[in-house]
Design a protein around this ligand. Structure first.
Ligand code: IVH
Length: 674
């Protein structure tokens, strides 16, 4: 290539990359996938390597990460937080290993293999064992101080037991690791945002970055982030003579260290590990994008040294993103429980990462406009983990493009479709829309709500077509013989379903509240509401102002609840549910007297309990003469664990502290659980 042409191409690539970096780092809304971004960077890299005279200081290749954002203070890192070079295939990994072998001139060496979590790196500095400051990677030299937010992450120890290691470690040290948002938390967050008409996060990493960099720590706390440690430093250098020992020490100090770690004594065992761990990928609770290999010995790390951007002693082997090209045949619309119209891409079936994909979500109209897609286009589809497949971008426009417009009438019932100001979603406003009813029935029956096992899509569809149910209260009038008459239903399964429905009458009030399907009122909110308004009547009569006295209820949610009960159709439904014998009163069990078995005992609460809020549980324990502590130690008498219990539960198990669930706690406190 002529110098002139190379210069122009370099210019063009830089501009394109800068634009993507802005979307990625500043807006947290990337326009292309990471794999595509890596591809662009790689092209620029290669060109600059061929024409070194054209390299400038402001080239995207000459910096480590993003710029710190306004709003947070910045602080310098104790030593640079560098990036890693990538190996995109086995040959590139072999080339890395060859270079290591050459540079070490005959010394034998080992690698530590670790998972490459797809999150963002964070440095935690401890003084005398206490967390003092948390800094994001920022541009690698300095980052944003996000201490208050980091403190809300359950797996970030506020005090780390350096003494667990004997005299080996001074009290002042630094831990670096990765902040991730577990997939389940990510999906819940996006569902919630979709219901609220907010734009969706593209992936868990962006959601985690967003959560760590909000100005209000309460928001970070509600997003359920997780932290995995992978470096232990003193004065900016590794604290021990090997990476393996650093990981072991971190684990002993109470940090979460990924259980997937392995000492490999050369390229073959590294490759085996990489293959083995790839199979784990779909089942992991968080996303990974590869495996990091680090030369184990600290002395050898120093011999190998660093380039300006990355250590020569480590490499990131990247797994191929599961992507494929296919034709977007049609865009159809699905109507959800709240009436939101979700556009769905119907694809020419294509295998992506071993799974045949024929549908992908397009989320909403904004997303369609952002992608610029139309029916007939060839598109790139991506599947990461078990997340719903999505359309990444257009590969080629179709010959006859049919632009999509949101229908003005609901495709299910012909009802009016409106887009409320400030909302992304279009909604069908017909309260009797059958599609809404279908989704409402499925929501009602779902496990965290009324938990009616066996009432899935197939049965619900038949109940609707046969007009056996016209709202959720009709479920309680169904007879076994009506159910038995449905397709693929035997006597036994019909009886089982009736028994399940029968059993659901006993579900406590918080579940009944969330079963109503009030917008913005999920299980957690329903629990807070029941704690403040222990009967349905009190809840129905509460003013917006009174509603806001319940924990976590703000004006928007309060308005939605009031609006729900002001609609006569909804009040009628509630009355039918009352007549069906559902639980309209809530009596969170209270311990009556001070109990000998509890007095002086220390409890630690972790995770979400099914019926009690944390404050209630604490109040009951204290009323019975017990104490509630924040962290688990050998002195802890009991750990009370609910759903999504984290490191405290692990720690309890490792220390042999007895673990109770809510029911066991209540029986210990001397009351029967309802
Ligand atoms: S080592 C100089 N170990 O990957 C050493 N990084 O592409 C750099 N990451 O910025 C970090 N898991 O955010 C390391 N086990 C792991 C990792 C890991 C994820 C991230 C980290 C880093 C990026 C480098």
């Amino acid at each position: 290539m002529l110098l002139e042409a190379a210069s122009q191409e370099i210019q063009r690539l830089r501009e394109e990359i800068r634009e993507h970096e802005y979307h990625y780092y500043v807006l947290d809304q990337p326009k292309i996938s990471d794999a595509q971004y890596d591809g662009l960077m790689r092209q620029l890299h290669d060109l600059e390597a061929a024409y070194p005279a054209l390299v400038t200081q402001d080239s995207p290749t000459q910096r480590v990460g993003g710029q710190p954002r306004a709003g947070f203070q910045t602080a310098p890192h104790s030593s640079a937080m560098l990036s890693l070079d990538n190996a995109l295939n086995d040959a590139e990994l072999a080339a890395f290993d060859n270079r290591v072998r050459d540079l070490l001139g005959g010394l034998s060496y080992q690698y530590v293999a670790e998972l490459k979590l797809d999150g963002l790196s964070l440095a935690l500095r401890y003084q005398q064992g206490s967390l003092r400051i948390a800094i994001t990677r920022g541009n690698g030299q300095e980052g944003e101080v996000v201490t208050e937010n980091a403190r809300t992450i359950g797996s970030v120890p506020l005090y780390a037991r350096a003494e667990a290691l004997g005299e080996a470690l001074p009290g002042d040290f630094e831990v670096r690791g990765e902040v991730v948002m577990p997939r389940a938390a990510f999906e819940r967050l996006n569902e919630q945002r979709e219901e609220e008409g907010l734009s969706l996060f593209a992936n868990p990493r962006n959601a985690a970055a967003g959560a760590l960099r909000v100005l209000d720590p309460a928001i970070t706390a509600s997003r359920r982030l997780d932290f995995y440690a992978y470096f232990l430093l003193v004065d900016g250098a590794p604290a021990f003579d090997s990476q393996w020992r650093c990981l072991e020490a971190l684990s002993a100090m109470g940090f979460k260290v990924n259980p997937q770690r392995r000492l490999c004594d050369g390229l073959p065992s590294l490759l085996t590990t990489i293959r083995e761990w790839e199979a784990l990928r779909p089942g992991l609770p968080y996303e990974i994008d590869g495996v990091v290999a680090k030369v184990d010995s600290r002395v050898q790390q120093e011999l190998l040294g660093w380039t300006a951007k990355a250590p020569r002693w480590a490499i990131a082997f990247k797994y191929a993103a599961s992507q494929a090209e296919t034709v977007l045949e049609r865009i159809t619309v699905q109507v959800g429980r709240t009436g939101a119209l979700t556009p769905v891409a119907n694809l020419k079936p294509v295998v992506v990462g071993g799974v045949t994909v024929s549908r992908a979500t397009l989320h909403n109209m904004d997303e369609i406009e952002r992608l610029g897609v139309a029916e007939g286009d060839t598109v790139l589809v991506e599947r990461s983990g078990d997340v719903i497949p999505k359309v990444v971008r257009i590969v080629e426009q179709g010959p006859e493009r049919l632009q999509f417009t949101m229908p003005s009438a609901c495709p299910e019932c012909g009802g009016h479709v409106v887009r409320e100001p400030g909302e992304v979603a279009y909604r069908c406003v017909n309260a009797a829309c059958p599609a809404k009813l279908r989704e409402r029935l499925l929501h009602f029956a779902s496990r965290p709500v009324m938990d009616i096992d066996g009432l899935g899509d197939a049965i619900v569809d038949q109940l609707l077509t046969k007009q056996l149910v016209t709202d959720v209260s009709d479920l309680y009038r169904l007879h076994a013989d009506q159910i038995e008459a449905l397709d693929r239903m035997g006597k036994k399964s019909a009886q089982n379903l009736v028994a399940q429905i029968e059993k659901s009458r006993q579900q406590p009030l918080p579940r009944v509240i969330s079963a109503l399907g009030i917008r913005f009122v999920g299980e957690r909110t329903a629990q807070f509401l029941a704690a403040e308004f222990p009967s349905m009547d009190e809840l129905m009569q509460a003013s917006e102002e009174q509603l806001q006295r319940a924990e976590e209820i703000g004006p928007k949610v309060a308005r939605s609840i009031r609006g729900f009960f002001e609609d006569q159709h909804n009040v009628d439904l509630v009355e039918r549910l009352r007549a069906a014998g559902l639980q309209f009163h809530y009596d969170p069990p209270r311990p009556a007297t001070r109990l000998e078995g509890v007095t002086g005992k220390t409890f630690v609460l972790t995770g979400t309990l099914p019926n009690l809020t944390r404050d209630q549980a604490k109040a009951y324990i204290e009323a019975a003469g017990g104490k509630v502590a924040g962290s688990v130690s050998k002195k802890t008498s009991f750990v009370v664990a609910g759903e999504e219990a984290g490191s405290k539960l692990d720690k309890a198990r490792s220390l042999g502290v007895p673990v109770l669930d809510e029911a066991q706690l209540l029986s210990l406190l001397g009351t029967a659980s309802s």
